[in-house]
Write a protein that binds this ligand. Structure first.
Ligand SMILES: C[S@@+](CC[C@H](N)C(=O)[O-])C[C@H]1O[C@@H](n2cnc3c(N)ncnc32)[C@H](O)[C@@H]1O
Length: 300
């Protein structure tokens, strides 16, 4: 690989290009369209039924599936990758992955890249896509069900709830990748009406809760931890900022869990929305969601 096509140079060049010009495909394609190139597919949280139709069709047609190792439930691979060559991306750097996918694509093989959940959330997909695009290999994204959504479904709740949670934060705790000053979990929880969804924080639940307590967060604030949401060994641990750390430590989970903080995680404390109230019958909206609701024609 020549220097100007090495992944880092390619990423730098593509990143610079994004800052000045928009790709025509942004306006010419929709997210569900079949497109030319290598799809970067969200495999969903784990259950094979939680893959999109677009994702399933692309995987079933693939000769080569590059997947995110243990983050992708092997049941998804078993269900849809019959006969395809499977390559685990864990432990491979871009310098290895990019030529592997490029060469296969240029040989006329059907290549897919499989990420867990949705590639748009802590997926590191764009750098691979940019490096491939720079070498003339088209790429595109196929969305998936992110683990926060699988966890909320498991918990039979919503991440937004009228009066309780007006906002959702997808975040991660400080650690090797994130400096402590860039850890905003206490800010989100402190806002009071945010459901905070913590990715990549299973190993650090107790530390995270200790920091929240130091910041003065109410120890009784509900916290739900969903390990392997939608997998056969899914587990739910419920507690509070004050006691969830010890519970997760006792369970022994160090990875692969979603941590949801806030009343919405427990489905608690919410008020009836205006959607199914007087507004639905044409009456004046009486609450803070009334201003935006009239634009909505469906009851979603
Ligand atoms: C590298 S991030 C990838 C997130 C993924 N792109 C998504 O949209 O869910 C990995 C983290 O996602 C969360 N995660 C992924 N799959 C999960 C599942 N099935 N159940 C609970 N959490 C999951 C965990 O917090 C894990 O540490």
């Amino acid at each position: 690989m020549s220097d100007d096509t090495a992944p880092q140079a390619a990423i730098d060049a593509e990143r610079e290009k994004h800052a000045h010009e928009r790709d025509d495909r942004v306006y010419g394609r929709t997210a569900g369209d079949e497109q030319e190139g290598i799809p970067f597919i969200g495999a969903g949280p784990g259950h094979p039924r939680l893959l999109t139709v677009a994702g399933k069709e692309a995987i079933e047609a693939a000769d080569l599936v590059v997947h995110a190792g243990s983050l992708v439930n092997s049941e998804v691979l078993d269900a849809y990758c019959d006969g395809a060559e499977l390559v685990n991306s864990v432990g491979k750097d871009l310098e290895e992955l990019v030529p592997l996918m490029r060469d296969a694509y240029e040989e006329g093989r059907t290549v897919v890249r499989l990420h867990s959940g949705d590639p748009a959330i802590y997926g590191a997909a764009l750098e691979q896509m940019d490096a491939l695009e720079h070498e003339g290999v088209p790429t595109y994204l196929v969305p998936g069900v992110t683990s926060a959504f699988a966890a909320s479904a498991t918990l039979r709740t919503q991440l937004t709830l009228n009066e309780t949670a007006n906002h959702v934060a997808f975040t991660r705790p400080q650690g090797k990748t994130l400096d402590s000053e860039d850890d905003h979990i206490a800010d989100f929880v402190g806002m009071g009406d945010v459901t905070t969804c913590i990715y990549l924080g299973t190993h650090a639940v107790a530390d995270t809760m200790d920091r929240l307590l130091d910041e003065g967060v109410d120890p009784d604030t509900p916290v739900s931890v969903v390990y392997h949401a939608s997998w056969p060994d899914e587990d739910v641990i419920e507690g509070t900022v004050g006691d969830i750390g010890a519970k997760v430590d006792d369970a022994g989970y160090r990875a692969s869990a979603m941590v949801l903080i806030g009343d919405a995680a427990a489905g608690a404390g919410y008020e009836r929305s205006y959607l199914y109230g007087g507004w639905a019958n044409g009456e004046e909206p009486g609450g803070n969601d009334g201003e935006t609701e009239p634009e909505t024609t469906s009851n979603d």
